[in-house]
Design a protein around this ligand. Structure first.
Ligand code: CDP
Length: 201
């Protein structure tokens, strides 16, 4: 059987955590599509041509913990504006979505562009302050000097770039279920997501 769960939302909204928990619950495979753009951004940061980077990305390099850093986040959203980069990553994502046994993909354009026919679509949001607090906590492990204000302004800059671009902008699909995790525990957000998806089975 195939069953696709599309989970979109802005940076640090909780979509990755929800996607992993949902995949474990239903026994589906999970793809963090942001990691693909981070992989391309990392190569471009080192001087490679964006399209060349997207066409030659290999799974192994996506395990590099440096991809999670703040600098790579900005490079990821810069290369994500380029239609040719998005096109080069499309087939891999679509094939993953239709794999046998079910798949969960999280990103920005999964419910709108990659899998418009996904069986279940979620759009996960949270307030700017909540998202910056979460991301600041994560980034402090690797960069003890990073400030909350830097994280907040980086998130806002990236949200703006992701929402205003013409190729696959960050926008909820018309049929997506909205989950605002600002005042929710992780467990409550995961439970809400599981209930919404179970409804579509
Ligand atoms: O984890 P976080 O939400 O901070 O970001 P991410 O999901 O790893 O995505 C990094 C960047 O990749 C985003 O800011 C987007 O510009 C881009 N992206 C995208 O354009 N489309 C996707 N499906 C996933 C990520």
């Amino acid at each position: 059987m195939t069953f696709t769960v599309a989970i979109d939302g802005p940076a640090a909204s909780g979509k990755g955590t929800i996607a992993r928990a949902v995949a474990a619950h239903f026994g589906f495979a999970h793809l963090d599509t942001g990691l693909l753009y981070r992989g391309v951004g990392f190569r471009v940061m080192q001087g490679e041509d964006p399209l060349n980077a997207a066409e030659n990305l290999v799974a192994e390099e996506l395990k590099n913990p440096e991809l999670r850093g703040a600098a790579v986040s900005q490079w990821a959203s810069k290369v994500a504006v380029l239609p040719e980069v998005r096109a080069a990553l499309l087939d891999f994502q679509r094939a993953f979505a239709r794999r046998l046994g079910g798949a969960v993909l999280d990103g920005r354009d999964i419910g709108t562009v990659i899998c418009p026919a996904a069986e279940a679509k979620l759009f996960v949001t949270a307030s700017d302050a909540t998202r910056a607090r979460r991301r600041h906590k994560e980034l402090l492990d690797h960069d003890p000097d990073i400030t909350f204000d830097t994280v907040l302004s980086d998130l806002r800059e990236r949200d703006r770039r992701d929402s205003e671009r013409s190729a696959a902008p960050l926008v909820p699909a018309d049929d997506a279920i909205l989950i605002d995790t600002s005042d929710m525990s992780i467990d409550a957000a995961v439970a809400a997501a599981i209930a919404a998806i179970a409804n579509r089975q």
